[in-house]
Design a protein around this ligand. Structure first.
Ligand SMILES: Nc1ncnc2c1ncn2[C@@H]1O[C@H](COP(=O)(O)OP(=O)(O)OP(=O)(O)O)[C@@H](O)[C@H]1O
Length: 955
């Protein structure tokens, strides 16, 4: 096919793809529909480019640049900042450009460069955007959103944009980014010059874009208020939005711009009920965007989002994780993970203790003469930055135990899990971001999207289930061109997940590195143990803590039981990884005793701290350690020559005699038949003398492994492929396997399992901090399905064809359930009726027109005089007199009460909202009232002498 024709054909494709956009490529290949394949060189360029552009974020410089560009027009503009492919060349509103520059965003990152022009094209185009964690995806959809909405509030009722995110923390973060950028927006023609005005607020608050944050954990009343205030952009988590949709009968038909941030997480089965119900309410003419760092190529899984001819912008699909990320995998026994964590924090990362932080903070305060509010805050980012650590665990019980342990060990700790209140979650994250704490222990609620600019360490205490989760967890570090470390503990049961990850990343799993430099931990997955003595010391330390802190032991017990339940219900690795893991473990490649007995990262730290390897090898301390290690190794390899039947019996019992007989028979058979080579691969390696030379691979993602797992067309390098003596010519052979099958499988929402399995396990894929026991019970429970007329298995959602949602309290309710709280709220506010979409706001009635204050009636006018000729004139006069007397007495009483210092308002006999409290109608009916009402209904029924219609009149 001629290249031009092929290009045309591709342009006509429904889904367009754009891969690899190094700076120059993005400029030249910005034509939609062009399929560009990423080479390794491109990836390097791209990484460099991301780093450079992100490192340029400097707010001070931004303000200066803005001043310069506004005074010296067109002169001295840096190519990337003002030339092609820059924000300036995207036709953005001057206010938006100004906000970007002021906040230090000078050069668009590749994902922004590829997405923004498409999103702003006319007619609007749907888009699916995938780029590595920390590559600037939030701005990639926020900039077009602000441009499309004109950055100003619309006076017509109805929200225009909806951003759906999977977690509350992420929602708050997105809101912050949006608010920052829309601040100070002014119409063209407004006469202020850039840099002249204070950025603290928009030009007029009435015109400022209104944002609504609709997340669980916040009070419903506040959210009713926010929604009634006619927001332009709604940032929401699906559960709470659906709740409001039903409760307020919200009309979302005005939404023009819909964003799914962390789309793959949103579309996992846990949220599907919510999303389907929300999507039903959105207009089909909307522009839909999906963004995430881990998206499969296949859009089938997102078909439910209702995308129309979307453009697929997929960057970094080859690199997956940041090139600045160093990784270390530690083989640890499940029961020793807590000791291993202490060892890691103390010996490898070197996290300062709380008291050290306080001391350093105090020293700093002394030298600067200022006093920080918080004692640890004084230490500041500079001291904490290289040591701040997020620890990811699997359940909320782990969070409780690990936090308690680390606090007892003297660290400043914050913790987050799903069942904490929103206020507690926000405060914990805030403390960590402000460098008041050095360790954040969390479940996967903080795994996605949270931007902590200078975080350097991520610890996977429990190995993540699924490659996507790994990518997101480790994506919290090595952002914005900074270096970062991901430390992962690998228990015996977790080896299959590591082998899955190895195939997904296409990097070898090794136990040695060629050179002890940090970069050696980038290209390979290095697995090794902690030194035994260091672990033993920590175990001893924890035992000491146990003696004085009983609750720690209890918490550990709860955590261990939780782990058991969690393991039973968590997702599975691919079947082939289980068989590989078996072989891997039996070959002694996992465990605390192996050839070298210590992880290279441990040595790396020792070198950093104590000197070069040469200096170290001269030390006399090395010898005893070696002797100890070889002793431990021989102990581990020890196999007793007797069976349990023979121990101590000296061959006299029947069992011992039988064993003797069996052994004799077996040795005869063994001598007749030469034993086959158990592992030909290993034998070949041994005979060729490979072992011990240079880098020794524990387990390579070699051709054979990969083929056995995913077919022949995966991550083989070209040189290897050319050496093959296969009949297949790689250029022409069409495999029935997808080329990047392992990657796609890793990104797939169904990772590692069949659809049915995944469906059964979906609740546990990420939201693992929900009580595992409860969920397991729900899974196995049988429910009667009225329509199918039989018992069905499952947690109730979908049974009887009733869609269920989870409320704040965790109870499941039908999607259509309306509690009536909104109606009550409307009544309480004295609003006549609900707001109707499409109506124009009454400027005098809006909150913002009063500068944010609510307008209240304060005028009091006399009632009309009574008509003397009216029939009930006498009676009315009597009542009025009586009322006047009581209120006079009331006022006197009030004055007395106040004089004595008693508050009169809201009290019995006092005044409430300007009325005598006796006149406030009690909304609760008394027993007599209810009885009276029932009797009345009964009498009416009897009078009519006919049966009531079904359901009516029942109380
Ligand atoms: N054009 C830019 N120039 C400089 N810095 C930028 C630019 N765009 C984004 N950033 C910064 O990069 C950091 C990461 O951005 P963001 O949180 O949007 O990444 P992300 O791709 O959404 O990550 P994740 O997948 O983890 O959610 C932020 O601190 C942001 O301020």
């Amino acid at each position: 096919m001629a290249p031009t024709k092929r290009k045309r054909d591709e342009e006509q494709k429904d889904v367009e793809m754009e891969s690899a956009s190094s700076a120059s490529e993005a400029e030249t290949n910005s034509d939609e529909g062009e399929l560009v394949l990423a080479s390794e060189d491109d990836d390097d360029d791209e990484n460099e480019f991301i780093q450079q552009s992100i490192a340029k974020r400097n707010i001070k410089d931004g303000a200066e640049l803005l001043k310069k560009t506004s005074t010296v027009k067109g002169k001295g503009k840096a190519k990337n900042e003002l030339g092609g492919g820059s924000f300036q060349s995207m036709g953005l509103h001057p206010s938006l450009l100004r906000a970007l520059t002021l906040r230090g965003y000078r050069t668009p990152t590749p994902i922004q460069r590829s997405s923004i022009p498409t999103l702003l094209s006319n007619p609007p185009r749907d888009l699916v955007g995938m780029a590595r964690t920390g590559s600037g995806k939030t701005l990639a959809y926020m900039i077009p959103l602000l441009q499309r909405l004109g950055g100003r509030h619309s006076g017509v009722y109805g929200a225009r944009a909806l951003i759906l995110v999977p977690s509350r923390e992420l929602a708050v973060q997105v809101l912050k980014v949006g608010r920052e950028l829309s601040r100070g927006w002014r119409e063209a023609g407004d006469q202020e010059h850039a840099g002249e005005r204070d950025e603290s607020g928009p030009s007029t608050s009435a015109n400022a874009l209104r944002w609504a944050l609709v997340v669980g954990g916040e009070g419903l009343d506040e959210q009713f208020e926010t929604m009634a205030n006619n927001p332009d952009v709604i940032i929401a988590t699906p559960g709470r939005l659906l709740h409001l949709l039903v409760e307020m009968s919200l009309n979302l038909s005005t939404i023009q711009y819909l964003v799914f941030d962390e789309a793959d997480r949103l579309f996992e089965l846990g949220f599907s009920t919510h999303l389907t119900s929300i999507l039903e309410k959105l207009p089909s003419s909307r522009q839909t965007l999906l963004f995430s760092a881990t998206l499969p190529k296949s859009l089938v899984e997102f078909a439910k989002a209702g995308l129309r001819e979307p453009k697929l912008v997929r960057l970094d699909s080859e690199t997956k994780i940041s090139a600045d990320l160093r990784m270390a995998f530690w083989s640890v026994r499940e029961g020793e993970k807590d000791a291993a964590l202490l060892c890691l924090l103390r010996e490898v990362i070197g996290v300062p203790l709380k008291k050290d932080l306080e001391q350093r903070g105090a020293e700093r305060d002394k030298s600067t003469g200022k006093r920080a509010k918080n004692s640890t805050a004084g230490a500041g980012a500079a001291i904490l930055a290289p040591h701040q650590t997020i620890v990811f665990v699997s359940t909320q019980h782990h969070v409780a135990y690990i936090s308690a342990l680390l606090t007892l060990a003297g660290y400043a700790v914050s913790s987050i899990h799903g069942t904490l209140t929103q206020a507690a979650r926000t405060s914990a994250l805030g403390q960590f971001l402000d460098h008041k704490t050095s360790v954040l222990v969390t479940t996967d609620v903080a795994a996605r999207g949270i931007d902590i600019p200078i975080l350097e360490n991520v610890v996977n205490y429990d190995f993540p289930v699924g490659n996507r989760v790994f990518v997101h967890r480790v994506g919290r570090t090595a952002r914005m061109g900074r270096k970062g470390w991901a430390w992962s503990f690998v228990a015996r049961d977790e080896v299959p997940y590591v082998l899955d990850l190895q195939l997904f990343l296409g990097r070898p799993l090794v136990d040695k590195v060629s050179s002890l430099t940090e970069s050696a931990f980038v290209d390979s997955l290095v697995l090794g143990p902690f030194p035994r003595d260091a672990l033993d010391q920590e175990m001893e330390y924890i035992r000491g803590l146990d003696d004085t802190n009983y609750e720690l032991t209890t918490m550990r017990g709860v955590m261990q039981r939780g782990t058991k339940m969690y393991n039973r219900t968590k997702g599975k690795a691919s079947p082939v990884s289980y068989s590989r893991a078996k072989e891997f473990i039996s070959n002694g490649k996992w465990g605390f005793v192996n050839s070298d007995a210590v992880h290279p990262a441990w040595k790396l730290r020792s070198i950093r701290e104590r000197g070069t390897p040469e200096q170290k090898s001269g030390s006399t301390l090395v010898e005893p350690t070696k002797t100890r290690e070889s002793l431990l190794e021989s102990l581990a390899r020890f196999k007793p020559s007797e069976t349990v039947f023979e121990i101590g019996t000296r061959g006299k019992t029947a069992g011992a005699l039988l064993m003797k007989e069996r052994r004799r028979a077996l040795s005869k058979a063994a001598s007749r038949v030469p034993l086959p080579l158990v592992n030909s691969h290993q034998a070949a390696a041994e005979s060729s003398g490979d072992e011990g030379e240079g880098v020794q691979d524990v387990e390579m993602a070699d051709e054979r492994d990969i083929e056995s797992a995913f077919g022949p067309s995966t991550t083989m390098s070209k040189s290897k492929a050319s050496k093959r003596t296969s009949f297949k010519d790689e250029d022409f052979y069409m495999s029935h396997y997808q080329k990047d099958a392992d990657t796609e499988r890793g990104y797939s929402l169904r990772d590692g399992a069949s659809f049915a399995e995944q469906a059964a396990q979906a609740t546990f894929d990420l939201t693992t901090d929900v009580g595992a026991q409860e969920a397991a019970r729900r899974q196995s429970q049988l429910k009667w399905d009225r329509k199918k007329k039989k018992f069905v298995k499952g947690d109730g959602a979908g049974a009887d064809n009733v869609k269920m949602i989870k409320t704040e309290g965790g109870t499941k309710l039908p999607v259509t359930y309306k509690s009536g709280r909104y109606d009550e709220w409307i009544k309480g506010k004295g609003r006549g009726r609900e707001i109707r979409i499409g109506e124009t706001e009454n400027p005098s009635a809006t909150r913002s027109s009063m500068g944010g204050k609510r307008w209240k009636h304060s005028k009091v006018s006399d009632a009309k005089p009574l008509d003397k000729l009216a029939i009930n004139y006498e009676r009315k006069m009597r009542v009025m007199k009586k009322q006047a007397q009581t209120s006079d007495a009331q006022d006197r009483g009030d004055a007395k009460g106040k004089a004595k210092g008693k508050p009169g308002k809201g009290q019995l006999g006092g005044r409430w909202k300007g009325k005598s409290s006796q006149k406030v109608k009690n909304e609760l009916k008394t027993v007599d009232q209810i009885r009276k009402q029932r009797n009345l209904i009964q009498r009416r029924k009897e009078k009519n002498a006919r049966a009531s219609r079904k359901g009516k009149g029942k109380r």
